[in-house]
Design a protein. Sequence first.
Length: 150
Amino acid sequence: MQSVRENFGLPSLPLLSRFGFVRRRVERDHFAHYIESLRIKIPHQEQMAKNLSGGNQQKVVLAKWLERDCDVILFDEPTRGIDVGAKYEIYLLMNELAARGKAIVMVSSELPAILGMSDRIIVLREGKIAGEITDVAKASQQDVMHLAVQ
């Protein structure tokens, strides 16, 4: 129930505030950078976040955590419910972040995405590590499923 600008700024309030007041111009300027770099499609920063497409909602979430300059970023089902074009953009962004030295942890139930995006795969079963695949280039969906159900 907030604008995309306000949603973006929530995790970074200490960085965007002074004397307990949000510096809205600073918040707008910082968010404008991510609108451009992440190609977030919005008519204006006051657009209600709930009215965005799934892909653009994901990009706003990514922008607010990138603003915090996290070294490790957890993507939990990053492409669930978004169209193929938005999936491609999210995957490109994840690869760009990894190329910049960010550690990416991706949780996904989409085996093709796991195989296509991963350097290493850890399979969990009932909350415990069931196995690890380090040579992902040679791994198949069957290899992952074998670890998941053995």
